[in-house]
Ligand binder design. Structure first.
Ligand SMILES: [Zn+2]
Length: 211
């Protein structure tokens, strides 16, 4: 395989990129000067060395491995509320709307409708352990809180709604034990809404109307 074809194969794995676009990327790089290409390569390597996932909420952030992110470790974060999103881009969008100051959890995907047992599609085990860790810290201790509310913030499409139901079912034993509320953001959005592409006003309204 020629280097052109080889690199094309790599780009084809990027989300939303087909054969033709992948090839355009390769030719774009061939036309760029060597410094640009070297810097691009260095930055890609750097990404894996300097960015890690928070072990509690699974956000990507600049850190050493196994460090809590700023949101999870900050005293300013409202620890009574935990908001579950599908992916980092959804988190970014909610953060940008400046209407939520609580904790997050990145689920890492949605549960497909057709499959019954789905432990590999989403971080369900990790979610339950984060909820339990947060809920059992008494409010009086350092970094402690009273987890009062879990907000499920998934896109309003069939797979999102299916995942919402799946999460509620999995969370319910902990909910009974720790007595927090579980609400869905999706009910304040209109059908078909992708969280990633919602504007701040829409997110603000959805947060106000959560139920
Ligand atoms: Zn975190």
């Amino acid at each position: 395989m020629s280097p052109i074809d080889k690199l094309t194969e790599y780009f084809k794995e990027f989300p939303g990129i087909g054969e033709r676009q992948a090839k355009r990327f390769v030719y774009f790089l061939l036309h760029k000067n060597p410094i640009y290409v070297k810097e691009l390569g260095d930055n890609i390597l750097d990404l894996k060395n300097t960015i890690h996932q928070c072990p509690s909420c699974f956000l990507f952030f600049q850190s050493k491995q196994d460090q809590l992110c700023e949101i999870c470790s900050s005293q300013k974060t409202d620890k009574t509320s935990l908001l579950i999103v599908e992916k980092d881009a959804d988190y970014e969008n909610i953060k940008r709307s400046k209407n939520y100051n609580g904790m997050y959890f990145i689920l890492g995907g949605l549960v497909p409708i057709v499959t019954k047992e789905t432990p590999n599609f989403v971080r369900i085990k990790e979610l339950l352990s984060t909820i339990e860790n947060q809920a059992k810290k008494p409010a009086s201790t350092q970094g402690g809180n009273d987890l009062k509310e879990i907000i499920i913030a998934l896109s309003l499409n069939p797979q999102g709604e299916h995942t919402d139901m799946y999460l509620r079912e999995k969370i319910s034993p902990l909910q009974e034990k720790f007595k927090f509320k579980v609400v869905s953001l999706g009910r304040g959005l209109s059908t078909g809404t992708e969280l990633e592409y919602s504007d701040s006003e829409t997110i603000k309204n959805a947060l106000l109307n959560r139920q």
